[in-house]
Design a protein around this ligand. Sequence first.
Ligand SMILES: Nc1nc2c(c(=O)[nH]1)N[C@H]1C(S)=C(S)[C@@H](COP(=O)(O)OP(=O)(O)OC[C@H]3O[C@@H](n4cnc5c(=O)[nH]c(N)nc54)[C@H](O)[C@@H]3O)O[C@H]1N2
Ligand SMILES: Nc1nc2c(c(=O)[nH]1)N[C@H]1C(S)=C(S)[C@@H](COP(=O)(O)OP(=O)(O)OC[C@H]3O[C@@H](n4cnc5c(=O)[nH]c(N)nc54)[C@H](O)[C@@H]3O)O[C@H]1N2
Ligand SMILES: [Mo]
Length: 768
Amino acid sequence: MTEIKPHGSHFGSFDAVVEGGRLVAARPFARDPFPGSLLQSIPDAVHSAARIDRPYVRAGWLKGGRRGSARGGDAFVPVSWDQAIRLVAEETARVRGEHGPASILGGSYGWSSAGRYHHARTQLHRFLGLGGGFTAQVTNYSYGAGMTLMPHILGTNEVIQGPVTDWVSIRDNAKLMLCFGGLPLKNGLITSGGSGAHEYVPLMKAAAEAGVRFVNISPFRGDTAEFMGAEWVPIRPNSDAAMVFAMAHVILEAGREDRDFLARCAVGFDRFSDYVLGRADGTPKTPEWAEALTDVPAATIRRLALEAAGAPTMLTATWSIQRAEHGEQPWWALVALAAMLGGIGRPGQGIAFGYGSMNGIGTPRLEVPSVGGVPVKNPCGAYIPVSRITELLERPGEILQYNGRNLLLPDIRMIWWAGGNPFHHHQDLGRLLRGWNRADTVVVSEPWWTAVARHADIVLPATTTLERNDIGSSSRDRFVRAMHQAIAPIGQARNDVDIFADIADALGYRAAYTEQRDEMAWLQHLYGLWRRACAGQGIEVPDFTTFWEAGHVELPAPETPYVQFAEFRADPEANPLNTPSGKVEIHSETIASFGYEEAPGHAVWREPREWLGSELAQRYPLHMLSFQPFTRLHGQLDVGRVAAANRVGGREPIHMHADDAAARGLNDGEVVRVFNDRGVIAAGLRVTDAIRPGVVAMATGAWWNPARPGATDAPCLHGNANVLTQDVPTSRLGQGSAAQSCLVQIERWPGELPPITVHAPPPVTEAP
Ligand SMILES: Nc1nc2c(c(=O)[nH]1)N[C@H]1C(S)=C(S)[C@@H](COP(=O)(O)OP(=O)(O)OC[C@H]3O[C@@H](n4cnc5c(=O)[nH]c(N)nc54)[C@H](O)[C@@H]3O)O[C@H]1N2
Ligand SMILES: Nc1nc2c(c(=O)[nH]1)N[C@H]1C(S)=C(S)[C@@H](COP(=O)(O)OP(=O)(O)OC[C@H]3O[C@@H](n4cnc5c(=O)[nH]c(N)nc54)[C@H](O)[C@@H]3O)O[C@H]1N2
Ligand SMILES: [Mo]
């Protein structure tokens, strides 16, 4: 018998096709114009051999191995659920009692699943918060530097997260769109919370067909689709700010800046222009100056600057540009350039970030909130900017400077993760593991034996979304999706909420945690709150039962295109920005007052430590970009067929220019050794002319497979880029991840290469 159930995921909405209790297919939602391929991997992942079948405890931990013991190498001991719950409850009570709530790192960064109620990270926060609190993680890996900067200079993060000036407005009004980092189609496969419809492809196509000219300023030609007909400007990584300053220089020399906009709507332009013209530091930021840094010919920079000054232009950058050392600077420079061009607040012009970073940025949609998750309060005030996790573990009791504040780093005794994978997302994994091993106890709930589960002490098997009921919803998508349970839990897997409820019970606060609602009662409650919020905005949506039976709600599309900052531009006195001056801060007194040399009061050029212009490039002459995978969502779906079909020699592919391959005597399809002072990984070589020489690129997300499990310096046999990436912050201002600032060398893999092992469970043993 075949059953069909509506369902959703970050990778797209689908109909779950179930036969004999197994998910056999994930059929694209009928309303999705561009469902993408990732859905094909869902059945593989749900029924993968890498599912965690029952609770486990690390053998060494059971023998008393706490602070300082090596993780990732021991076998796991199977335990009952009762035993697991008791061990976790006792250890939580001990750590809270002896060391206080801040000694529990519960930030648990990660994407979890699309369903809003069962969202594991939110549920963990609720559970830990009600129990006294935890050390939290603020900002994100996606645009952590940018989201710290933008409130200072534009008064909002909507310029990153949306709503931004939409594609219809761009189509109808722009003539030129300069895309730093391009508009990679692969990134639009994803929407956090689930996409009902991937509308970005038809929207982009329509803009190209309407005559908008696109320029892909990126080391990788593949960052714009063929159908965009884009000009490719193969810039050096981490040098975008220099190109933007030079464009500003050209515009100033030609007297083409929009004096009216600058006078009415911006502050600090004079200081910026002094810097660009070299009055401040003796270095005019000419196109020739920038050519030496960016490898973009001065003539190209001049031409693009004058073209932008002469036609309605939209500026954009991907989020990746700021995921680099000094990543705040290219974004701030672009805001300054947009102010000089004067298009901010005009239809189809101005600036916004991320049109190429995720489905839904720029999709026309009414501004109603998404269905919310469970409420969370954290009575403990301790936090770190998310990507400073290794520093947190390395230097307890010390100060971390961040955005004008001095944060005291707590002494972490217990690490708890649900719905994220730091051994996917963080940089310099060997160093992370050395810090991680300082904790007394690590608790992880996961459906799969991912690297974070393998490096835990207590492993709690979680269900996937297919094994429970939920609601998928995103503020960037017009569809709210019912996610019906399609199959029974696999093995002994349990829902995160039920696990937390039982631990809360052992600790005496079950009722506070559950509010005495079961799954369906919570779904009705959360939906009801959302329905009321919609009604408040004059939008009628059906009641819960109707929604649940229909499988989705579709919100109406807006009648007029959205233009960000339009009211501000029309009357900046009446509609000021939420900045100290109420205007665009090309110079920020606030940021200047922090006194950070690397991030002063306006955008500046600062050389990263690791890039093609640094001395280290003599030993490691290739700049390695680690971009988002078109075959996965981060580490999720790595066990699926789409990722498998893309491996080269069984390893994650790395893209290299033909000249660089020839210079090393390397051939397409062979396995190579990618290395720097931080580590070694295996990768499958893809030789191409779509990447500029001197740059190599590989996707993130291949599950970490150290050749010696538990070692912090073993080669990764699979090709996890984060073994090699650098763990430095963007700056003290943003303290964001700087994953893109990374140099490597590449040679043929010497000798035999063992197979990857991490798609199967780790060794299991009997109780000691
Ligand atoms: N080098 C480099 N590194 C990067 C980046 C880069 O560009 N370059 N990008 C960064 C970015 S932008 C991001 S957002 C991060 C992403 O980092 P993460 O969000 O940590 O990556 P995911 O693999 O999505 O991790 C989610 C985990 O949750 C688990 N999970 C899914 N559903 C459930 C559930 O219901 N319950 C529980 N308990 N677990 C569940 C999944 O199995 C998965 O292991 O990576 C960052 N890392
Ligand atoms: N399929 C798929 N889509 C995803 C995700 C996924 O895992 N899989 N993850 C989602 C998440 S969490 C996020 S945050 C977004 C991230 O969205 P982005 O950060 O925009 O994505 P990336 O793929 O890291 O980078 C986009 C492009 O930037 C270029 N680039 C890198 N460094 C530089 C530079 O210094 N200068 C210039 N000019 N270009 C550069 C690279 O060639 C790369 O292809 O993607 C989302 N979309
Ligand atoms: Mo992200």
